[in-house]
Design a protein around this ligand. Structure first.
Ligand code: UD1
Ligand code: CA
Length: 449
């Protein structure tokens, strides 16, 4: 059965107290919107519609970054959740199958839960995702008879008796596309908030003699973000789950509570992650690689048998082949390190290709930026780059070549050559002694006045 998603992301999120639209605030390095989109994506949706409003341009850009096929539609005025979903009607007029409505500020709905809702559609025309709330607060309440959903009542409109219900509305709803839009056309705004409520849909379905049902999920899944405190709580919840999953998947975490994962982090079995390691977006660590303490990684790939850190920074485009060693205070960006390369200490490698088993000495810098453009450094296999070599790109060093420590390499080095790019050393016998004697005498004369 085909399904399309409608993701509501028009609200400003006043309580965030922010210039940034709420759905662009980040959890695990990604906008809240991406979390919602990713959960829905697991269903293989035919179309993904994102309803934007506040900060529409920025939200549209973020939506397209996650899914270039997403279609964004602007809701000019925020007249309520039913009005928001109705904005998608023209875009889904010819869509067969179901629509699932998600909220852009609710990041933790599991794909399995959405699948359960789809399955429940075999029994009900409209399916709503509910949860037993520890503190039902201002959530909409689900009024049920047995497993049938009679209607949803918003907190503001509820009687005391209805407010005593603890089964609450998550906001996620699934229905046949044609039916949903035809029901939405009947939704009015004669309620306490004067808004068009999506939550009127189940009762309208019932009036047509159709059935509405509830799928229940854990409250943790429906956690929504409305304030900075809730954003922090969402981050904590995400990290707790990601750490538990990593441990379950056979990853060693020496101090799990100090490791921070991104939404898309992939870590293989038997990888070892030390304390205080931060994963930004786009990192893959293969089985058996080791990331030592205090590393910061983003947009990089670390192969089997590689060791990284402590205190290393891998930036986007860092590609480490098998058994590469990157040591302390090393930064690597947009560079390919072939099998067995060693970059042990205090080094910057940017925009470079390094052939297998080459050794990069301490303090080496690829001088990749001339102030206007970036240039590439190419190092062959089994090369030995002496400590504190400045490689002024564009430049290349051949296979089995050697650069002398302290060299500034501005010309290509042929294979098997030794390159010396530094001033010749001159020794002046006894001159240090003489110099110090003179300086000490000067100081003593000054002290006397
Ligand atoms: C909504 C539900 C409530 C449920 C709660 C769960 C309705 C009427 N109520 O209430 O039953 O318990 O969520 O969190 O649906 N939005 C738009 N355009 C609008 C209005 C809202 O895009 O015109 C978006 C918001 O940006 C947000 C989502 O829809 O992402 C929910 O809107 P919000 O106003 O927060 O609904 P609640 O009052 O929390
Ligand atoms: Ca809300």
């Amino acid at each position: 059965m085909s399904v399309s998603l409608v993701i509501l992301a028009a609200g400003q999120g006043t309580r965030m107290n922010s210039d940034l639209p709420k759905v662009l605030h980040r959890v695990a390095g990604s906008p809240l919107l991406h979390h919602a989109m990713q959960a829905g994506r697991a269903l293989g949706p035919e179309r993904v519609i994102v309803v934007t409003g506040h900060g529409s341009d920025a939200v549209t850009k973020a939506a397209l970054a996650q899914d270039e096929d997403a279609i964004c539609v602007q809701q000019e005025a925020q007249l309520g959740t039913a009005h928001a979903v109705a904005q998608a009607a023209p875009l889904l007029a010819d869509a067969a199958g179901d629509v699932i409505v998600l909220y852009g500020d609710t990041p933790f709905i599991r794909p399995e839960t959405l699948e359960a809702m789809q399955a429940a559609r075999a029994r009900h025309a409209v399916v709503v995702l509910g949860f037993e709330a520890a503190d039902p607060g201002r959530y909409g309440r689900l009024v049920t008879t047995g497993d049938r959903l009679e209607r949803i009542v918003e907190y503001k409109d509820a009687t005391d008796e209805e407010r005593a219900i603890t089964l609450c509305n998550s906001g996620v709803l699934c229905a046949d596309a044609k039916l949903l839009f035809s029901l939405l056309a009947e939704v009015g705004n004669a309620n306490a908030a004067g808004e068009y409520y999506l939550t009127d849909v189940p009762a309208l379905a019932r009036q047509r003699g159709l059935s509405a049902g509830v799928v229940i999920c854990d409250e943790a899944e429906t956690l929504g973000v409305n304030t900075r405190a809730e954003l922090a709580a969402a981050e904590a919840a995400f990290q707790a789950r990601a750490r538990a999953e990593a441990l379950d998947n056979g990853v060693t975490l020496a101090a799990p509570e100090t490791v921070f994962f991104a939404l898309d982090t992939v870590v293989g079995r038997d990888a070892i992650i030390g304390p205080n390691v931060i994963f930004g977006p786009g990192v893959t660590v293969e089985s058996g690689a080791e990331i030592r303490a205090f590393c910061h990684l983003e947009g990089c790939h670390i192969s089997r048998g590689a060791t990284v850190g402590p205190f290393a920074r891998l930036r986007p485009g860092a590609e480490l082949a098998e058994d590469v060693h990157v040591g302390n205070f090393v930064e690597i960006k947009n560079a390919i390190l072939d099998e067995g390369v060693k970059v042990g200490h205090l080094t910057y490698i940017g925009d470079a290709d390094i052939g297998e088993h080459s050794n990069i000495g301490a303090g080496t810098v690829t001088c990749n930026y001339d102030g206007v453009m970036k240039h590439r450094t190419r190092i062959g296999k089994h090369a030995f780059i002496g400590s504190s070599t400045m490689l002024v790109a564009p430049v290349s060093v051949g296979d089995h070549a050697l650069t002398a420590s302290g060299s500034v390499i501005t010309e290509d080095v042929p294979a098997e050559a030794l390159a010396l790019g530094r001033a010749k050393q001159v020794n002046k016998p006894g001159l240090a002694r003489k110099l110090f004697d003179r300086l000490r005498a000067l100081k003593a004369a000054k002290a006397k006045g």
